[in-house]
Ligand binder design. Sequence first.
Ligand SMILES: Cc1cc2nc3c(=O)[nH]c(=O)nc-3n(C[C@H](O)[C@H](O)[C@H](O)COP(=O)(O)OP(=O)(O)OC[C@H]3O[C@@H](n4cnc5c(N)ncnc54)[C@H](O)[C@@H]3O)c2cc1C
Length: 407
Amino acid sequence: MFHTSAQYNKMTTNAKKPNLNKTTKTLTMQGTADYKANIAIVGAGPAGSYCALQLIEAFRENACNNYHITLFDQLDTLTTILPTGNGRCNLTFDETDFKKFASYYPRGEKFLYSILSRYSTLETRSYFEKIGIKTYTQPDRRVFPVSNSAKTLRTQMILELNKSQNLKIIKKCIKNAKELDKFNILVLATGSKDRHKLASQLGHTIIPYKPSLCGLKIKDKGPNFPTGVSIHTPDGGIIFTHQGISGPAIFKISSIKVNSTLPYTIKIPILNPDEVFEHIKINPVKSFGNIISEFIPKSLAKYIFEKNNINFEKQACHAKKIEVETLSTLVFIIEGPDGKGEIVHAGGVCLNEIDKNCKSKINDKLWIIGETLDIDGFCGGFNLQNCWSTAKIAAEDIVKTALYNQN
Ligand SMILES: Cc1cc2nc3c(=O)[nH]c(=O)nc-3n(C[C@H](O)[C@H](O)[C@H](O)COP(=O)(O)OP(=O)(O)OC[C@H]3O[C@@H](n4cnc5c(N)ncnc54)[C@H](O)[C@@H]3O)c2cc1C
């Protein structure tokens, strides 16, 4: 028997809840023999695979063996984790305050409050440690496996999955939700891009996806654009490319501006005018251009002087305040994403249709997790943490549901 959301909610408020942290033998001993949780997870990326691992653990903790998981993917398991963090896998970020953690998600912040307050970076790291993946934190607070290898993390997770007798992995693309009819619990972990077909077939609204965390095309770059040059800013590096600008600082801008109407203007501070004036005071007869080139590569300095019609060769002591201020901020008109370096997509399943346990409010046997949801974060491990956290919370809720249905 499968309960409706209303019945389930009533039960979870009125009935004694199973303790997922302890073995609750009574629940399974009282369970009816005819109910078996037959779970399909579509997508064996980080979210789907982690959900399978957490289901196996939660069922084991509740001494319940009356379940089966089928994990579908057209690709080999966890293929999509391999390129993360340039092959090193930046698996989370070292921030233990859940509200601060959630503030790194331009889409999904409020939705993640409840999820991250129950399962965040510490719990994730401790789970990985338990299955043999030690992690470390870089000075910029990004967290990586000690092996610095997405490959070893993948291998370890697959080893763990393969230990279970209750899991079958099937290499197959699910083209139609009807193929999943025989399952009584469904988890969609199909990622972003154009993979939302199943979610819409199952009744969900899809917020159109748009590339985020990508390079940006610049309008009217002008001559002598310093292609190949890179600089550092407080928000991360910027790389000048054939099409425009890229690098971590630009990825963040692309994420914040994802829904802005094109073309739009961006302003990026690259110099501190006070520091420039200090240098001018010390070297008043040096050329203004050479003073600025003490802070940024000369080809970029020449480019911004030319762009702003300022004389590169004049003596620094003749530089005007307004000129120093103008040169201190890069101003570009953005035409759109450059189609490169895009690593996540804004958009996905509308969060109004998902409850705080990642369960669908529309389809009673469905949970949706990871990037399939309309959630995306900045670079730094936030997108993977969204996968780990939503997968864990969904797994706990599924096990609760299964245990109630066995009563
Ligand atoms: C180059 C790159 C680097 C990145 N680096 C980082 C990083 O260091 N840190 C970080 O936090 N994030 C990073 N990300 C983002 C992160 O990889 C994603 O947010 C994450 O992979 C999303 O996981 P997911 O399981 O939700 O979806 P996905 O990883 O997209 O997995 C979905 C899976 O579902 C399968 N699938 C889809 N539809 C079907 C279907 N109908 N039938 C069967 N299978 C299906 C797909 O084949 C896929 O394997 C990076 C992304 C890229 C592209």
